[in-house]
Structure formats: C-alpha cells, structure tokens
Ligand binder design. Structure first.
Ligand code: BV8
Ligand code: ZN
Length: 277
C-alpha cells in the first residue's frame, strides 16, 4: 500500500493543476451523517425524499425543519483532518503557482471553514437562501433562520411536522417582495448552476491529477466528472471506506477513513524530507 501511495504522491509532486472532488464522506468524521450510511434518515424520512421541489411544495414546513436541523448541526461541528489537509495542500501549491480546484457535493461549507478557497459547490449551501418569488440569493448563517424554527428541532422518527404557517417560515427581506425563501440547494430533479458546471468542466478538462474523496458516485451529474478525467488518461485516486460503482475507472483506490488517507496523500514532500534529515 505504501509503495502505491508513494507512486501517487510522486504524481502529485509534478502536477500543475489538481482537481479534488468530495462528497459527504469527507464530512462524516466531523459528525455529519452521510446519505447512504445509517445517518441517511431523518425522522422517518430518507434524506433524499425531502431534497425535492415536490416535498417543499407539499410541506414547506417539514422541509425547512429538515434543513434547519442540518444547519444547526453543521454549526456545532468542525472541519476534520481531511478538510484541513485539502485546504493546506491548495495553499501550498498556490504559492508555487500551481492550481488546486475543489469541487464538492456537500452543502456544509466545511471546506471553506478549513480555509479552502474558490470552492465549487455543485449542490449549493445550507447557508444561502433563494427567494421563490424574486429569486434573490442571500447568505444567511443565522441560527435559527427564523423565530418559528428556533429551539431543538426534533429528529425523532415519529415526529411528523410542526406545520409552521407559511408566513412564519423564512421570508424575503425585500420589503416589496416578502416571498417564501427556500434553501439555495440543488434538489433532485433540479439543474445545477451553469456557471459552477462550466468551471467544473474546465477543471475536468485541464487537471493533470485528480482525487475523489468520500462519495458513493451514485448521484449525477456529480458522479460523471472523475471518470471523465480518467478517460483523459489522467491519474485519479479514489479515497473511500469501500469500493464504489466508479472504482474500476480509477488508477488508484485508497481504502480507509479519509482523515488518515488524505493527510498521508497530500503531506508536503519537503516537510517529510526535512524530517528524515
Ligand atoms: C438532475 C443537495 C436534471 C441536497 C443533493 C436514474 C439514473 C441516473 C440518474 C438519475 C436517475 N433518476 C434521477 C436521476 C438524476 C438524479 C440522480 O443522480 N439520482 C440518483 C439518486 C440516481 N440527479 C439529479 O436529480 C440532479 N439533477 O439530474 O437534473 C436536470 C438537468 C437540467 C435541468 C433540469 C433538470 C441533482 C442531484 C443533486 C441532488 N442534491 N444534495 C441535500 O444535501 O439535501 S445530492 C446529495 O446526495 C449529495 O449532495 C451527494 O451528491 C449525494 C450523496 O452522495 P455522497 O456525497 O456520495 O454521499 P453518500 O452517503 O452516498 O456516500 C458517502 C460515501 O463516503 C460512501 O461511499 C462512503 O463509503 C464514504 N465514506 C463515509 N465515511 C467516510 C467515507 N469515505 C472516506 N472516509 C470516511 N470517513
Ligand atoms: Zn423576494
């Protein structure tokens, strides 16, 4: 294993533009449940059944309770060794005029909290809202996001919904609008932001090394990018607890918790060399 890791580290040492794609597995050890692990449920719902425009239209209170629960949870946790190693790697390469593009499926902003720059959020963020009426997008880190969503939001399986009246859910701050806000998050069946997709495609086309970290590679179009890099003949390394439907596409697969494997892969060769002296 170490010889294989050394060969991948060698690839990174010469790379001019590294693409790092992450999924919920990179935040798992910070205490945020992944989608397909045991934590993929909230109350009696599959997370993915609430992450849809239909669910929001049918019961906006329930969907806001789901997202406020996750906003409050994320505010209580911290980036882990994998987030930090990725941010430090990006900073170190930037000093040598080499690029590291970070593309995440996560909406927890933990890469940014760890210091990563220009993170491309394929599926949006828990801390941005979009007005369903005037479409204005606003950053919002407030907990609770509105008085009606204050207090401990239950995750108890039998707790159905607080049925918060529409006018007490988050509303647009534009006086003449006051429209109902939604999380600025890409739900199933919704298109991704075209500017984010363009920047991601540019990185897929131009990178000369790629890491894919903590994703089951099930959700599209996010699952398509790393295989596209591999098809260009560029080395791709998958970091996961297990193999995935995409593993066979990649040159490397490093099995284990990413808080162990990612710091090992991204460690500064100069620091390692000076330690040996
Ligand atoms: C679109 C925000 C069209 C919401 C998310 C049938 C076939 C193929 C595709 C489809 C289909 N039916 C429908 C589709 C399309 C659909 C899709 O792909 N569905 C899947 C389920 C089949 N995609 C869409 O709907 C997308 N939009 O196609 O629109 C369109 C186009 C133009 C115009 C209009 C419409 C939109 C998808 C985005 C949905 N939003 N997130 C929210 O978060 O609430 S997706 C959400 O789920 C995440 O963002 C992420 O993308 C996905 C979860 O996946 P992972 O991150 O991989 O997490 P998971 O739990 O699955 O895996 C964790 C991994 O980490 C595991 O492998 C585990 O082993 C590993 N791990 C765990 N711990 C660790 C670890 N690894 C290392 N260390 C550890 N410690
Ligand atoms: Zn508005």
């Amino acid at each position: 294993m170490q010889a294989v890791m050394n060969s991948f580290r060698e690839t990174l040492a010469n790379a001019r533009h590294v693409l790092i794609l992450t999924g919920s597995g990179v935040s798992a050890e910070s205490g945020i449940p992944t989608f397909r692990g045991p934590g993929g449920f909230w109350r009696k719902y599959q997370a993915t059944s609430l992450a849809t425009p239909e669910a929001f239209a049918a019961n906006p209170s329930l969907v806001w309770e789901f997202y406020e629960y996750r906003r409050a949870l994320v505010k209580k946790v911290h980036p882990n060794e994998a987030h930090r190693a990725i941010a430090e790697f990006q900073e170190r390469l930037a000093k040598k005029n080499r690029r590291v593009t970070i593309v995440t499926q996560n909406i927890d902003e933990l890469h940014q909290v760890a210091g990563a720059k220009n993170v491309l959020e394929l599926h949006g963020s828990l801390f941005r809202t979009r007005c369903t009426k005037c479409k204005i997008k606003e950053t919002n880190h407030g907990i609770p996001i509105c008085p009606a969503l204050a207090g401990d939001i239950s995750a108890e399986p039998n707790f159905v919904s607080s049925n918060i009246p529409l006018d007490e859910l988050p509303r647009c701050s534009v006086q003449s609008c006051k429209g109902l806000l939604r999380p600025d998050i890409v739900w199933f069946g919704e298109g991704l932001d075209s500017d984010i997709l363009d920047k991601t495609s540019e990185a897929v086309e131009t990178c000369d090394a790629c890491l894919i970290v903590g994703t089951s590679s099930i959700v599209y179009p996010a699952a398509m990018f790393a295989p596209q890099v591999a098809q260009r003949g560029v080395p791709v390394a998958e970091f996961n607890l297990e193999t995935t439907p995409a593993t066979r596409e990649f040159q490397y697969h490093f099995e284990g918790p990413c808080t162990v494997t990612i710091p090992d892969a991204l460690a500064d060769p100069a620091a390692a060399a000076s330690e040996e002296d």
